[in-house]
Write a protein that binds this ligand. Structure first.
Ligand SMILES: Cc1cc2nc3c(=O)[nH]c(=O)nc-3n(C[C@H](O)[C@H](O)[C@H](O)COP(=O)(O)OP(=O)(O)OC[C@H]3O[C@@H](n4cnc5c(N)ncnc54)[C@H](O)[C@@H]3O)c2cc1C
Length: 260
C-alpha cells in the first residue's frame, strides 16, 4: 500500500480532456502537393463530410499531436481545401514535418473551421486587403467566393508584400482576375528587397507593403466611410497598419496575426 502511486485529480481531468480531444479529431488526406519554391508549398486536402468553413476562416491540422492553424485559400464550394504554407526552417516544429509529406499522407483535422477574419458587411464599396506572403490566403478565398456569388458592387484592393517575388504563390491567378475584373479587383504585389539577385527578374512594385499603402489610399480615394481594411500575416506589418490606418486615420481594421 505504501508504494501505490496516486495520480492527482487535476492530471486525471487533463488526461480525460486529451483523450476526448483526440476522439473528436477528424482526418484529411493530401490529394496534391505543389512546390512553389524551396520554402513555399500548396497543398490540397480532402474535406470530410459535413466539414464546412466560411471564406477567411482557418482549419487546424495536426501531425503526431502537433497542431497548427492554416487559413483556407479555396472557396467553400470547392471539392478540396487548398492551403499555402511557408516552411519555418530553424524554429518551426510542424512545418518541417509537413515538408516530408506527400500525396496520400494524412493529417488530423479539428472538426470545426474557426476565425472571425471574415467579410461580414458586404455593403461597402472598398475592401483594402493587406498581407505579407502567406497572409494573402484568406483573400484568395474572398476573391474566389465573392466572384462566384457575383457581389458586383464590392471592390477588392489586394496589396501583398514579400521579400522575394517567388513567394507570390497566387501571382498569376490574382493578376489574371484583376485584368478581367478591373472594376472589382486590383492586385498589387510588392517586394521589399529589389536589389537582391533572387529578384532580378521582378518588374513590378517595390517597397514594404505597409509603406506603399498611404499612396495607394490617396490614389484610389479610399476613406473610412467607403472602405474597410483587412491586415493578415506578419505581426509587425499588422501593428504598423493598425497604428497608421486605425489609430491615426480612423479606418476600421480587421486583423489576423499568423504568429506573435
Ligand atoms: C489564424 C492563423 C492562420 C494561419 N495561416 C497560415 C497559412 O495559411 N500559411 C502558413 O504558412 N502559416 C499560417 N499560420 C501559421 C501556422 O499556424 C504556423 O505557426 C506555421 O506554419 C509555423 O508552424 P511551425 O510549427 O513550423 O512553427 P511554430 O512552432 O508555429 O513557430 C515557431 C516560431 O516561428 C515563428 N513563426 C511562425 N510562422 C512564421 C512565419 N511564417 N515566418 C516567420 N516566423 C514564423 C513563431 O513566432 C515561433 O516563434 C497561421 C497562423 C494562424 C494563427
Amino acid at each position: 500500500m505504501k508504494n501505490r502511486k496516486y495520480i492527482p485529480i487535476a492530471d486525471i481531468s487533463s488526461m480525460n480532456q486529451n483523450i476526448q480531444n483526440r476522439k473528436k479529431l477528424l482526418e484529411c488526406q493530401i490529394v496534391e502537393r505543389q512546390n512553389i519554391s524551396d520554402f513555399m508549398i500548396k497543398l490540397w486536402i480532402t474535406k470530410p463530410t459535413d466539414y464546412s468553413f466560411k471564406p477567411g476562416q482557418y482549419c487546424t491540422l495536426g501531425v503526431e499531436g502537433i497542431e497548427r492553424a492554416y487559413s483556407i485559400a479555396s472557396s467553400p464550394d470547392e471539392e478540396y481545401m487548398e492551403l499555402y504554407i511557408e516552411l519555418v526552417e530553424d524554429e518551426g516544429i510542424l512545418t518541417p514535418l509537413i515538408w516530408e509529406m506527400s500525396k496520400g499522407d494524412i493529417f488530423t483535422l479539428r472538426p470545426k473551421a474557426k476565425g472571425i477574419f471574415q467579410i461580414k458587411d458586404q455593403t461597402l464599396k472598398n475592401y483594402l486587403l493587406i498581407s505579407t506572403v502567406t497572409g494573402v490566403v484568406p483573400y484568395v478565398s474572398f476573391v474566389r467566393s465573392f466572384m462566384n456569388e457575383n457581389q458586383n458592387k464590392m471592390k477588392f484592393h489586394i496589396l501583398q508584400g514579400s521579400s522575394y517575388f517567388d513567394e507570390f504563390g497566387y501571382l498569376e491567378e490574382l493578376q489574371e482576375i484583376s485584368k478581367t475584373n478591373q472594376e472589382h479587383i486590383n492586385y498589387i504585389p510588392t517586394i521589399s528587397r529589389p536589389k537582391d539577385k533572387r529578384n532580378e527578374n521582378w518588374k513590378g512594385m517595390t517597397g514594404r507593403v505597409n509603406l506603399i499603402v498611404d499612396q495607394y489610399i490617396k490614389d484610389n480615394d479610399l476613406n473610412p466611410e467607403n472602405s474597410i481594411v483587412f491586415a493578415c500575416g506578419n505581426p509587425d506589418m499588422i501593428i504598423d497598419i493598425h497604428n497608421n490606418l486605425a489609430q491615426n486615420k480612423g479606418f476600421n481594421v480587421i486583423e489576423e496575426r499568423f504568429w506573435k
